[in-house]
Design a protein around this ligand. Structure first.
Ligand SMILES: Cc1ncc(COP(=O)(O)O)c(C=O)c1O
Length: 386
């Protein structure tokens, strides 16, 4: 079966549910056991059967089964946010004295987690150039336990050579974790590239409607228990209502993503012709660092990209442009049905490869008619130039 078909069916069992198409929402804290023997069996199978609300109800299990199918791994655990998924995956493999290689273009709060929490607990982080590829081998140390990748990177959108990084990391017995939120499990197959653990902010494309916070950790048989123990020790439990919403979003991902893709490509190409724009940061454009790798490893592109304005536009001009946009609204997160635009200043946090440029603006292309989005942008450029 093709992945599209699997996504429609994974985690559903209408025959066991009065013929109803979608799995019901099961809420639980206490789960009752009729005998001591059943209770002991429950404890032994806590990750595979209903045991205690924190470890999931059948609604959670349905989402986990469906995301595992989407990502192409045998196991998945869902947690209350994308950031929680990243932190739980890192904490599963790291302890005092360990070394972590973290991509410089990582999502800001992941960087903060390394600089603050991991540092306090004695884990050293080295940020590396997103374009390093096989050169990562030179940064590996005996105590390097994890190489974290995010491709394309947050804000600057460099595409990484994930297979080369996996080869070097595995040569040094380190695990590779990928933040696969942009590729969504649709445009990038993490297990095929050699990635051990693929995390996603379910909040974005799986949820798809800007109304749910969740994260997923998809993993191999080998890492399953270690990661589930980490999630358990942190007390992360995903809310059943949110799992239901995410399952609903997941069924239509395959229909939504091609529209996000097409609208983003049209906007990116249109923006690259504008005299006000210095460069457009979109993996499918040849000007984007790592474009050749995108062509090799991805089957498409999603709706999130960036552009940099020429340096002569001040903060007030940018505010005039953004404050009055009719369709592109300002706000964090992305992956919903609506278009967004957020200014990210001129110096996003980087330590391995310093970044300074004109004003960086991140765009999420929603599902509106692209002609209307272009009209909105065109009016915005009039205000920018005023
Ligand atoms: C690439 C990436 N990873 C992870 C996250 C974190 O997701 P959440 O907001 O669900 O914690 C985000 C959120 O913006 C993101 O952009």
């Amino acid at each position: 079966m093709k992945k599209q078909t699997k996504l429609i069916n994974a985690g559903r069992n209408p025959e066991a549910n009065f013929g109803i198409v979608n799995p019901p929402v099961y809420h639980a804290s206490t789960v009752l056991f009729p005998t001591v023997a059943a209770l002991e069996k429950g404890i032994a199978n806590r990750y595979d059967a209903v045991y205690y609300g924190l470890y999931g109800t059948p609604t959670t299990f349905a989402l986990q089964e469906a995301v595992a199918e989407l990502e192409g791994y045998p196991h998945c655990v869902v947690v209350p946010s994308g950031l929680a998924a990243i932190c739980a995956a890192l904490l599963a493999f790291l302890e005092k004295g360990d070394h972590l290689l973290m991509v410089d273009s990582v999502y800001g709060p992941t960087r903060r987690f390394c600089d603050e929490m991991l540092k306090r607990f004695g884990v050293e982080t080295t940020f590396y150039d997103p374009q390093i590829g096989a050169g990562i081998a030179a940064l590996m140390r005996p105590e390097t336990k994890v190489v974290f990748t995010e491709s394309p990177g947050s804000l600057s959108f460099e595409v990484q050579d994930v297979p080369a990084i996996c080869e070097a990391a595995h040569g040094g017995d380190a695990k590779v974790i990928l933040d696969n939120t942009w590729g969504a499990g649709i445009f990038l197959s993490a297990p095929d590239l050699g990635v051990d653990v693929s995390v996603q902010a379910v909040t974005k494309y799986i949820g798809g409607h800007s109304d749910v916070m969740l994260g997923s950790i998809a993993m191999t048989e080998e890492d399953n228990i270690r990661i589930r123990d980490s999630v358990r020790d942190l007390g992360y439990g995903a809310a059943p209502d949110d799992c239901f919403m995410a399952l609903r979003g997941l069924r239509t991902m395959n229909a939504r993503l091609p529209i996000h893709q097409e609208n983003a490509l049209k906007l990116a190409n249109w923006l690259s012709q504008r005299p006000e724009v210095e460069r457009v940061l979109h993996p499918a454009l040849p000007s984007c660092p790592g474009h050749e790798l995108w062509k090799r490893d991805f089957t498409g592109s999603s709706g999130l990209f960036g552009f940099v304005l020429k340096e002569n536009f001040g903060k007030d001009n940018v505010a005039a442009m953004l404050d009055e946009m009719k369709l592109f609204k300002m706000g964090f997160s992305w992956g919903g049905f609506e278009s967004l635009m957020v200014p990210y200043g001129t110096t996003p946090p980087r330590s391995a490869v310093p970044w300074t440029s004109g004003q960086l603006i991140r765009v999420h292309a929603g599902l509106e008619a692209v002609e209307d989005l272009i009209d909105d942008l065109e009016d915005g450029f009039v205000r920018l130039n005023a």
